[in-house]
Write a protein that binds this ligand. Structure first.
Ligand code: PMP
Ligand code: GLN
Length: 381
């Protein structure tokens, strides 16, 4: 069979989680919480099921959830999307992103991705027949390099994909970064795909700089979000896309044929749960405690900590670990999972070809006891 995606195997998250299970390792690899969500959210979904909310919802999502999302964006960022024509409920961010790309990227169009990047972006662009233009984030700091982004932009650039807070580097874009992007895109027709799934996981009193805060970016943007991350329900696969009506209309043309609708009781449950802002407003402090516990635990080891400004990821440089001296970062992750009993993700999984850093990613979105057990094992290195 002639494959459409010759470079693609099974995603690293699936591979590492399977290995972690097989070896009984503490799984700090794949990003998902090992604790449960708020029982009130489960109750809201259960109530919706019991009330008979079990058939197809409207194609774009139930009005109450779209309205709740539009209201939340307005309250947080001061920009009003029209719930009817500009918000769509998706089967998680993964489906949102591939749907956006299939809806707007034509064969021969260029799409800029900033490397390292989430592993679905590049295959999605290739499936749409687009040309992937990889622009590296600044090595070491993972900051956007606007000179390189500017050099990559041309008349064929259909879209640029950004992600803040960033998976895997845990950096976040500043206001200056967003203003610079706005300035670079102003004279172009280039669309913005803004992956904001970690929007509520920002630390040290930082502000999440949503594209919704920048009207001239919002006018050209698809803003992607995921309830999985915000409410500790990654298995539910519910997210949203906010975009101007003209872009949303194109999005829905594809959405209706690749998923049609997203499960009904979860939408009702989420709409009810969103009435109270506390769960997402408390999220930064909740994850910051976990980040601090994990960083303090690693501070006395030979792992070199990189900054973690947002998301639930902590990257570390492994160059100082004696037992890693003969291993590249991929081999190190396999060894760490099998022999030490802690799973991590190699940063190379977020790059195309060239990669010369010795950095791996841990997810600290776990119970305190899980983090402590992992730290005990990591302290032996
Ligand atoms: N984008 C990024 C940057 C992510 O980290 C993830 C989750 N791993 C996704 C998108 C996909 O989110 P979802 O689980 O809602 O499909
Ligand atoms: N986004 C999560 C991560 O980066 C996992 C998503 C997935 O397994 N596809 O670890």
């Amino acid at each position: 069979l002639q494959t459409k995606l010759p470079a693609v195997g099974t995603t690293i998250f699936t591979v590492m989680s399977a290995l972690a299970t097989e070896k009984g390792a503490v799984n700090l690899g794949q990003g998902f919480p090992d604790f449960d969500c708020d029982p009130a959210l489960v109750q809201a979904v259960t109530d919706a099921m019991a009330a008979g909310q079990n058939q197809y919802p409207p194609m774009a999502g139930i009005p109450a959830l779209r309205e709740a999302v539009a209201a939340k964006i307005e309250a947080l960022h001061g920009y009003r999307f029209d719930a009817a024509s500009e918000i769509t409920v998706t089967a998680g961010a993964t489906q949102a992103i591939i749907t956006i790309i299939l809806a707007v990227v034509r064969p021969g169009d260029e799409v800029i991705v900033l490397e390292p990047c989430y592993d679905s972006y590049v295959p999605n662009i290739e499936l749409a027949g687009g040309t992937v233009v990889r622009v590296p984030l600044t090595p070491g700091t993972f900051r956007p390099d606007f000179d390189r982004i500017s050099a990559a932009l041309n008349a064929k650039t259909r879209a640029i994909l950004i992600n803040s807070p960033h998976n895997p580097s845990a950096t976040i874009w500043s206001r200056e970064d967003m203003l610079k992007l706005q300035e670079l895109l102003a004279p172009t027709e280039t669309l913005l795909i803004s992956d904001e799934v970690y929007e509520h996981m920002v630390f040290d009193a930082r502000q999440h700089e949503s594209a919704a805060r920048y009207p001239s970016l919002a006018a050209r943007a698809f803003i992607v979000s995921s309830f999985g991350k915000t409410f500790h329900v990654t298995g539910w696969k519910v997210g949203t896309v906010a975009a101007p009506a003209s872009l949303t209309a194109e999005f829905r043309k594809v959405h209706q044929f690749n998923v049609f609708t997203v499960n009904t009781p979860m939408q009702h449950g989420l709409a009810r749960y969103l009435a109270d802002p506390r769960p997402y407003l408390e999220l930064p402090a909740f994850y910051q405690r976990k980040r601090d516990l994990f960083r303090e635990g690693l501070a006395g080891t030979r792992f070199k900590l990189l900054p973690s400004e947002g998301s639930y990821f902590q990257c570390v440089d492994i160059s100082g670990i004696p037992s890693a001296s003969q291993l590249n970062e991929s081999e190190f992750c396999l060894w760490l999972t099998s022999e030490i009993g802690v799973a991590a993700i190699p940063l190379s999984a977020f790059y195309g070809n060239q990669f010369d850093q010795r950095v791996v990613r841990f997810c600290f979105g776990k119970k305190e006891e899980t983090l402590k057990l992992a730290l005990e094992r990591l302290a032996r290195l």
